[in-house]
Design a protein around this ligand. Sequence first.
Ligand code: GRF
Length: 204
Amino acid sequence: MRIVVFISGRGSNLEALLNKQHQSTYEIAHVISNQLDAEGLTIAQKHGIKNSYVLWDNPYNGEQRATELLQWIKPDLIVLAGFMKVLSLDFVTTFKQKIINIHPSLLPLYPGLNTHQRAIDGRQKQHGASIHLIDEHLDQGTLLTQTIIDIRPDDTAITLASRLLPKEHLLLTETVKLIAEGKLTWHNVPKLNGKPLIKPLVIV
Ligand code: GRF
């Protein structure tokens, strides 16, 4: 399965996918960044993966350039891993059912930014990350998988984010592996091994 990963920064989720790709049937074909100085681009280069910086000066131009690249690369799956742009309905429709995103909260709780602080402020006992399909609404597409951690009384947004990050890496690599192996599908409803998923699959 050929994958394009979209990033905007650090790229630790991209790196986790790259480190595990030899153990699965997926292949990172290309990395696209809307930030020229994204650390993730250096990671892609270090791994010998083709990569492109796309100038996203406005949503229309950015998406136009990304679309041209994608129509040439023809990926089976597009993974948004720390990609900080909202995609339009047009773009999502062009690549319908092909885009997944990793989001650092237990969706539907806390779509958007500052999720760790908001989970603490909301006095949640648990926090986590979710992988979902991208649709035209921000962080609201069909949920596929989640990972969950306990929030400790002394947690700050920083400690919570740093304890969650390795779990995110596992969540993303295991989810992509399941998709690549054809075990996790979503033609009408999400299914695991052919059985409908009533709630997101928890991976810990
Ligand atoms: C991760 O927390 C991911 O859940 C969120 O953005 C962050 C990206 O981190 N969407 P990295 O660039 O993969 O290190």
